[in-house]
Design a protein around this ligand. Structure first.
Ligand code: UDP
Length: 140
């Protein structure tokens, strides 16, 4: 299996409850290394751009408002099969459907305030890493 990098975001519902450490423990316990990290307050324009793929969905406005409601932690995770492994660690979008032990099952508040984002393909990972870490040379 290939060593991959993926983009993770710890969302405002989780930073508000000081869950960054508990969430990062799940990544590291599963063998993913956190090789870059950045805590920031997204602007409305940044949140709209990041979630542009969802701009025609009915939940888009609420999602953007939620994503700017507090700080996020954007991180690059690296490891074997990191993109799909991170998706497994996150659990299903709706925490009611997420497997036990996943981040969303343990911590998410709702289908919207679901604690984490994770890239869903190699193309998305490359694009999303450059969104948050443009011009930064990430050396593991
Ligand atoms: N979302 C929402 N309502 C929905 C579906 C999604 O508020 O009915 C939000 C939720 O925060 C989710 C994000 O939009 O994480 C992106 O949705 P996607 O389907 O890409 O889910 P993910 O890849 O995050 O599991």
């Amino acid at each position: 299996m290939a060593i991959e990098r993926t983009l993770s975001i710890i969302k405002p519902d989780a930073t508000r409850r000081n869950l960054t450490g508990k969430i990062n423990d799940k990544f590291e316990t599963a063998g993913l290394s956190i090789i870059a990290t950045r805590r920031l307050q997204l602007t409305k324009a940044q949140a709209e751009a990041f979630y542009a793929v969802h701009s025609h969905r009915p939940f888009f406005g609420d999602l953007v408002s939620f994503m700017i409601s507090g700080p996020v932690v954007a991180q690059v995770l690296e490891g074997e099969n990191a993109i799909m492994q991170n998706r497994d660690i996150m659990g299903a979008t709706d925490p009611k459907k997420a497997d036990a032990g996943t981040i969303r099952a343990d911590f998410a508040e709702s289908i919207e305030a679901n604690s984490v984002h994770g890239s869903d393909s190699p193309e998305a990972a490359a694009q999303e890493i450059s969104f948050f870490f443009a011009g930064i040379d990430i050396t593991a």
